[in-house]
Design a protein around this ligand. Structure first.
Ligand SMILES: [Mg+2]
Length: 276
């Protein structure tokens, strides 16, 4: 399958930066392929869904309602914990909405750049995902601590904490916010929290927010692992919807290769769609 895909892409040639490309069809006719594809065209529908649809909000409320129910179950079970209990949550697209950053990418016809992302984070204007603040304030009222483990860079810790405080999240301070230093894997940071707390719940939009088995995995392996962990979702793992980006796209659809051209990515996306 992968080989077939590569052959297809190769047959189109290396089209980096091209607006139109002349290619040959099997019948040797010369055909012009339009490669003038805005780089974020494919994400417009996902941005609209996140920003406009009541269904998106309903799903996030559903996730946090479920989280509250599970937390109540844990608290009522009177389990003996040897350490204080805590919840671990991701930040982006789990509790903060960065869809205006994606909107800016469309407006500027621009792929992800760390400088544009930094510009957005520095504004500290991300709104809370619907239902998130109420849930974490509820956890705090029950004596449960919250730790934020995010792959925002440590250099952006000050702005990140300020944004979390601005929209009302509890425990938004130096000792509860763990950002990315060297590695994007979150296991070491989870283990750090576990030294002092029993983690009873994880919240995230990306499955590597929950377990190492989802890190740098193919679509097939990610889906297999999701199936085998099916009983944990909605229980120990609370998942938020994110159609905009994530490992499902970078490691899944694009197979971990960050160097595909816009045209190649468009071809890959089309190639991987299931039809009948
Ligand atoms: Mg996230």
């Amino acid at each position: 399958m992968k080989q077939k895909l590569l052959i297809t892409l190769f047959s189109f040639g290396l089209l980096i930066g091209c607006k139109t490309q002349v290619t040959q069809t099997e019948s040797s006719k010369i055909t012009t392929i339009n490669t003038n594809i805005p780089v974020r065209e494919h994400s417009i529908q996902a941005i609209l869904w996140q920003q406009q649809s009541a269904e998106y909000r309903a799903l996030t409320y559903q996730a946090f309602n479920l989280a509250r129910l599970q937390l109540d179950n844990i608290l009522n079970a009177k389990n003996e914990f040897d350490k204080p209990i805590a919840i671990v949550t991701d930040i982006d697209e789990t509790i903060l909405d960065n869809s205006p950053y994606s909107g800016k990418q469309v407006e500027l016809d621009e792929e992800y750049t760390s400088s544009r992302w930094k510009e957005w984070v520095t504004l500290k204007n991300a709104k809370a995902i619907p239902g998130a603040v109420d849930f974490f304030q509820y956890a705090k009222s029950k004596g449960v601590e919250v730790f934020y483990i995010s792959n925002r860079k440590t250099l952006q810790k000050k702005e990140t904490i300020a944004n979390l405080i601005k929209v009302g999240f509890p425990f938004a301070d130096q000792s509860h916010v763990f950002l990315k230093d060297a590695t994007s894997g979150k296991l070491d940071r989870r283990l750090e929290v576990m030294k002092s707390h029993n983690i009873v719940m994880f919240l995230g939009d990306n499955l590597s927010d929950f377990s190492i088995v989802f890190e740098k995995s193919t679509t097939e392996i990610r889906n297999k692992n999701a199936d085998s962990l099916r009983l944990d979702f909605g229980k120990k793992f609370i998942v938020l919807p994110n159609p905009l980006y994530g490992d499902w796209e970078t490691n899944g659809v694009y197979e971990g290769n960050y160097k595909w051209s816009t045209f190649q990515k468009d071809s890959i996306r089309r190639k991987k769609i299931t039809s009948y």
